[in-house]
Design a protein around this ligand. Structure first.
Ligand code: MRU
Length: 488
């Protein structure tokens, strides 16, 4: 198994990801400033892996400290925590893990420093093993969304390398492959640091999972050719409303997926959810060195004098995300639709908005906006015809009263009945199936029966499609992002 971060012989061992795919080099770390440097320079990268490495950085700081009192140890650790937190700003797992480590010390002032050092090591080990378990659970949940014979596209590396092992998005890929559901994986190379080609492709080769590497700019073309059935990516931070920060280019892929009616899924552990921010607007986006854009693999490919903008991440609005896969199940943000290939719903088939959520009234365009340039020459065949322009651009209005702003305790989340195939789960709370066309008898009947109470939750051993979890593990109170399903 690929283990990018591990504790061995009193030190931290990292697989140097800057050397992949050509060299497999492991490096040992015995001081927290060196660990901070490894995080900053991408020796270890990927949101969960950064969190695990930082936790062991705190262990190293505790071991290096000569403090004999609780207060002195805490002071030394605060310095290390500050230094480790300053390495990368976007992935919330880093701050989540550091906070968890700090609480071990803060929790009990009566514990002697020697025992606290042991407890810190236990906590870092727990963060590592919980992440591994979360990834396997996520893989199992996510695999239910993968149709048989699927051609899946992924961006960046959300694999074993980016986590304690197994991976988030790549965990879903591994699980789907193990179940024989996957035909192949399209791998975006992921400019400018090439995590897709250097790392994801490396993992897939190691696992013998069929894949094809594409340049980022080819993603739209393979989607247009009908060769992508679903997209799964990882996440660096998920806001309370479901907006998701991930590797630069993820937003573009999500827009392309929506345009082509392809489901776009995000796989991330609960530790990636940041309920303290209501939306993605306030996520700090790391900007990296201009040299990453001015060159490829150390070779200059642009004038040294050219000014560069190099954001390492972007934010995909929740409205473009079909579902978020966590270790606790599959969650469908109310603003997202789950488009089915070639069957994007016209405005009249929009799922009913949850009570309290207002969406702007939409009218079907009387004429396709692209009629003049339509390549099909047959408006009835136009691939964009049935998708309202607001959805295509990802600008579907979401009410500022998204349920993250209301108390989750006011009403418990409603769990939806598990479906035979999660990919075609009806909009939660809706009595109509997404398979039904807007004018079909099933849909009309469903509309007539909107006053009927939602079906009771069914008992099942399959992962349930629910709303956000009532509580997360660790310190982040995910309950504040609980949302309730529409009662239609
Ligand atoms: O800059 P990186 O390589 O740390 O960015 C990694 C990503 O964006 C991943 O997709 C994300 O961290 C999820 S990893 C499970």
């Amino acid at each position: 198994m690929i283990a990018p971060v591990r504790w061995e012989d009193g030190g931290l061992v990292l697989l140097d990801q800057t050397k992949l795919p050509t060299e497999e080099v492991e490096r040992a770390y015995t001081s927290w400033p060196d660990v901070a440097d490894a995080i900053r320079t991408l020796v270890v990268r990927g949101a969960p892996a950064i969190g695990v490495a930082a936790a062991f950085g705190v262990v190293l700081a505790a071991r290096a400290s000569r403090a004999t009192t609780h207060a002195a140890l805490l002071a030394d650790l605060e310095e290390a925590i500050k230094g480790l937190a300053a390495t990368r700003p976007t992935a919330v797992n880093l701050f989540w893990a550091l906070d968890r480590m700090r609480r071990v010390v803060v929790a009990d002032a009566d514990v002697p420093p020697a025992r606290l050092r042991d407890r810190l090591l236990d906590e870092a080990q727990a963060i590592l093993s919980e992440d591994l378990a979360a990834n396997r659970a996520m893989g199992a949940h996510g695999a239910t969304l993968v149709p048989d014979g699927a051609r899946l596209l992924t961006h960046c590396n959300a694999g074993a390398l980016a986590t304690a092992g197994y991976g988030t998005a790549l965990g879903v890929i591994r699980a789907a492959h193990e179940r024989g559901k996957l035909a192949m994986v399209w791998v975006d190379e992921t400019r400018p640091v090439m995590q897709g080609s250097r790392l994801t492709a490396w993992e897939l080769v190691k696992e013998g999972i069929p894949h094809r590497l594409i340049s980022d700019v080819a993603a739209g073309f393979v989607m247009k050719r009908g060769e992508v059935d679903l997209v799964v990516t990882g996440a660096d931070r998920i806001a309370a409303n479901g907006d998701t920060a991930n590797k630069i280019g993820t937003y573009s892929v999500a827009v392309l997926a929506r345009h082509h009616g392809i489901p776009f899924y995000v796989a991330a552990p609960s530790s990636t959810i940041d309920p303290s921010i209501p939306s993605g607007d306030t996520i700090v986006i790391e900007e990296r060195d201009a040299a990453e854009v001015r060159g490829v693999a150390g070779r200059q490919t642009a004038p040294a004098a050219s000014p560069v903008f190099n954001p390492a991440f972007d934010v995909t609005p929740a409205a473009l995300i079909s579902a978020i896969i966590t270790e606790r199940g599959v969650f469908r943000p109310p603003s997202a639709r789950s488009p089915r290939r070639g069957r994007a719903s016209p405005p009249t088939a929009t799922p009913p908005a949850p009570a309290g959520i207002t969406t702007a009234p939409r009218t079907r365009p009387s004429r396709c906006a692209r009629a003049a340039t339509c390549s099909t020459g047959r408006p009835s065949r136009c691939p964009s015809r049935s998708i309202p322009p607001s959805s295509r651009s990802g600008s579907r209005p979401i009410s500022p009263r998204w349920p993250s702003t209301r108390s989750p305790r006011s009403r418990p989340p409603i769990r939806t009945r598990p479906r035979r195939r999660s990919i075609s789960s009806a909009w939660p709370g809706s009595s109509s199936s997404p398979r039904a066309s807007p004018g079909s008898r099933r849909t009309r009947a469903a509309r007539r029966s909107t006053s009927a109470p939602p079906p009771p939750p069914a008992r099942s051993t399959r992962p349930r499609c629910t709303w956000w979890p009532a509580r997360s593990r660790g310190s982040i109170p995910v309950s504040i992002i609980s949302v309730r399903a529409t009662s239609a």
